[in-house]
Design a protein around this ligand. Structure first.
Ligand SMILES: *Cc1c(COP(=O)(O)O)cnc(C)c1O
Length: 408
């Protein structure tokens, strides 16, 4: 049962920003006024119809929403069980779901009178979405990126620069996403007056996890309406890949209070979830701790040091998971499983050949889990998987794993 005070799975977080024991606001004294100011402005915006009217307009004309709900007929026939629908968020401008959220935060930033946007990025997808919307509104954009990631993700670094953003390589620590987040927070405290910090997933201190979820919930809201139109009822199972958890939370949240809808989050199992820790499955293979201003499940060693993890998909290698997922896991409303690199690669290829859709490696994890469960389910069982990104960015990684040389 839901928390008896709230009687709903959808009413969190509480007024301290907590989902059960997860979430909250673990930040320094200097950051607190900034976070409170952001919360105050978001609270006003989220019940203001003119805010959502502006979002709707840009979702339609700039992003290309609503994204289709597509019945994958050949995959369905191939698996021989449940009907497999794909929510096509890879068709959004910039090729993934990230822009749904970036647009919301930047419209909020403009309302707050901010002229400079900062972000941190790992694989570069959130950096590109942020640079895109900043260009559209003529805002300064500074993206912090671990020095190691700057090298690994050269095409996205170039995209951000083309879009007019400044990319700052971070050399502290191991030079990856975790270090970039710390530098972005430092920048925010130093440039309070004109700067807005745009976070790319359902993580960070309250109100970010709830705010990002509210912006991504457009995915699930559209899915409800589209499934009613297609089948006259709600779906039976939802499946989505999890890095920090924003595309998954966006699909899941509007269905949390529908007990007939089974909800499954798919983490990146890398080379397998065991004590070698060569995976990014924070829930299946991690422990609770505090990172980036909130309490959640994290990949950590015996001494509490945050681990880097491994996944074939750079977009899934965040060492934590959004606090609302940690809570949904502990109360049992959602299930969390993991899929290995090899299984994701298999799903990637199947999707290309059977549906003519080159998926990103992240949603290939979701599809790989669908491939495991669909064959055992009846033909009238309705599955929706979130096709949260397109795979053009991943073809070089896939070629390397398939031992194909595509240098030009
Ligand atoms: C960034 C990204 C992810 C992981 O982020 P979530 O917050 O878990 O959604 C997944 N898929 C794609 C295509 C991405 O770009």
């Amino acid at each position: 049962m839901p928390d008896d005070r709230m009687n709903s799975y959808r009413s969190g977080p509480d007024d301290r920003g907590r989902f059960g024991i997860f979430g909250g606001r673990f930040v320094s004294e200097t950051l607190m006024p900034l976070i409170l100011d952001l919360e105050r402005h978001y609270e006003i915006a989220k019940t203001d119809p003119t805010f959502w009217a502006e979002m709707d307009h840009l979702w339609t004309h700039y992003v290309g929403r609503p994204s289709p709900l597509y019945l994958a007929e050949r995959i369905t026939a191939h698996l021989g069980g449940a009907k497999v629908y794909m929510k096509r968020d890879e068709l959004n401008h910039t090729g993934a779901h990230k822009i749904n959220n970036v647009l919301g935060q930047i419209i909020l930033a403009r309302r707050m009178g901010k002229t400079r946007i900062i972000a941190e990025t790992g694989a570069g997808q959130h950096g590109v979405a942020t640079a895109t919307v900043c260009a559209k509104f003529g805002l300064r954009c500074v993206v912090y990126m671990g020095a190691t990631d700057v090298e690994r993700q050269a095409p996205n670094v170039f995209r951000m620069k083309l879009l007019g953003a400044e990319v700052v390589p971070v050399t502290s620590g191991r030079g990856t996403l975790k270090d970039a987040m710390n530098d972005a927070l430092r920048d925010w405290v130093t440039n309070v007056r004109d700067t807005f910090y745009c976070i790319g997933t359902v993580a960070g201190p309250h109100p970010y996890p709830a705010m990002v979820r509210d912006f991504q919930a457009i995915i699930g809201k559209e899915t409800r309406v589209q499934m009613q139109a297609a089948e006259g009822r709600l779906p039976d199972t939802l499946v989505a890949a999890i890095g920090g958890g924003s595309n998954a939370m966006g699909l899941f949240h509007p269905f949390l209070d529908d007990p007939g809808v089974r909800i499954i989050g798919v983490e990146a199992g890398g080379h397998g979830v065991d004590d070698r820790m060569e995976h990014c499955a924070s829930l299946s293979g991690g422990r609770p701790g505090v990172l980036h201003g909130n309490r959640t499940y994290l990949l950590q060693d015996a001494d509490g040091q945050i681990l880097e993890g491994h996944s074939i998909s750079a977009g899934l290698d965040y060492p934590g998971i959004g606090p609302e997922h940690a809570w949904l896991h502990d109360v049992g409303r959602a299930e969390y499983v993991s899929v290995t690199d090899a299984e994701a690669l298999e799903a990637f290829q199947l999707c290309c050949r059977l549906e003519g859709i080159i998926p990103a490696l992240e949603p290939s994890h979701a599809l790989a889990h669908v491939m495991k469960v669909a064959p055992g389910l009846p033909r009238d069982h309705l599955i929706v998987m979130n096709m949260c990104g397109r795979g053009d960015k991943d073809i070089f990684t896939v070629a390397r794993h398939l031992d194909v040389d595509i240098r030009v």
